[in-house]
Structures are given as C-alpha cells and as structure tokens.
Design a protein around this ligand. Structure first.
Ligand code: 5GP
Length: 194
C-alpha cells in the first residue's frame, strides 16, 4: 500500500536492525486518515469472506480495526493484555510473549463476544515473530470460530512470524512488508505479500 509505505519511509525511525518506531502515526500519535485508508483496504480485501467480527489486541491494533469494522459493518473485539476488574470470568485466554517488551502476558477475550458462529478477521499493527497473532488464533480456535485471515499493517518479513502463520495455511495480508532494517534504512519487499 503506497500511502503507508511512503509514510513509513518519511516518518519511521529505525531503532535497530529489528525494531521500527512508528509512533507519529500508529503506536502513539495516530493518523486517522491513514488508519481509515488502511481499514478500508482490509475491508475491501475481505469483503466477500463473510466476516462477522474483527479480532485485534490492545492497543495499537484497535485504530485500524475500527475502520475495517466500520466499513464491513461488523463489531471489533480487542483482546485485553491485563486483568480487568470487570472482566472476571468466562474468558478465552492465551499466553503471548511480547517482542518489544520481552515479557509474557496472558491475553483474554470474553466468551460473550466470540462464538462458533463467527468468521473472524484478525488485525494487528506489526507482525514480527508471530506470537501476538498465534495467541489470537488460539483464542479464535478455543471459541470454535473460523479465521478467514490475518490483516497486518506492517510485517517485518525478515522475521519468522509471517512464515509460521502462512505455513499453517492461514491467509495473511500485510499492507507493507519490510525486507530489511539494516544500516538504519527501511527496505521493502516489492509487493506487500498476501
Ligand atoms: P510478534 O508477536 O509478531 O513477535 O510481535 C508483534 C507485536 O510486537 C506487535 O503487536 C507490536 O506491538 C510489537 N512489535 C513487533 N515488532 C515491532 C516493531 O518493529 N516496532 C513496533 N513499534 N512494534 C513492534
């Protein structure tokens, strides 16, 4: 997606060979117009898949998911990373090791919001080693729901996550796919992979 790749090229900061900072438009400050374009792109790609629910993870997956949900006319459910006083029982739970924070957390979704009738589009901001998406896939499986695919804003294609998930036969649509962050520069694969 050219708009997104241009934004990454202009505003992304390469923190190391493995980490890209995009807090001017995705991870801290949010660019609503860009999020809308991203959400609409996911919606267009999945419009014929019978999606009933978007599933994401707090917090940076929520913004693009909202616009995808708005366009597809379906609710957005986000997995919570921390225990909540109001989210007490009847949970689907999975363990996720965070790439950026180097800690393992339980993520949870209430059983009220996911069932065997659902066809799910999973959306997240980054795909690195795939742990966040694998945790969400685990939760969708616990609910006996169907996963139609995974929409990723920025995939780091040089890390393992994309391969692991595609090898399971799951469709992955990334709107920008990074080939390398070496030498402080962002290099993309020619086409965002699906
Ligand atoms: P994974 O679970 O695929 O290893 O990592 C995905 C999660 O880690 C994303 O939800 C995102 O929050 C975070 N993440 C992974 N790599 C990066 C990165 O290069 N930059 C930023 N800002 N977040 C990342």
């Amino acid at each position: 997606m050219k708009l997104l790749k241009d934004k990454i090229a202009q505003e992304g900061k390469v923190l190391s060979e493995n980490v890209l900072k995009v807090d001017t438009f995705l991870n801290h400050q949010i660019d609503p117009e860009l999020m809308q374009a991203i959400g609409e792109e996911f919606a267009t790609r999945y419009k014929d898949e019978g999606i009933t629910k978007i599933v994401t993870i707090e917090s940076s997956g929520i913004a693009p998911s909202m616009f995808a949900g708005l366009t597809l006319g379906v609710p957005v459910v986000f997995a919570r990373k921390r225990k909540s006083l109001t989210l007490t029982d009847n949970l689907y739970t999975s363990k996720v090791h965070s790439f950026t924070k180097n800690e393992t957390n339980d993520i949870s979704i209430s059983q009220n919001f996911l069932s065997s009738d659902d066809v799910v589009l999973i959306i997240d901001d980054f795909l690195a080693n795939g742990q966040a998406v694998l945790g969400l896939l685990d939760i969708v499986e616990q609910a006996n729901a169907k996963t139609a695919g995974v929409g990723i804003v920025i995939e780091k294609g040089f890390q393992t996550g994309g391969g692991i998930i595609r090898e399971r036969g799951i469709r992955v649509d990334s709107l920008a796919n990074i080939k390398s962050l070496a030498n402080g520069k962002v290099e993309f694969f020619e086409e965002a992979s699906t």
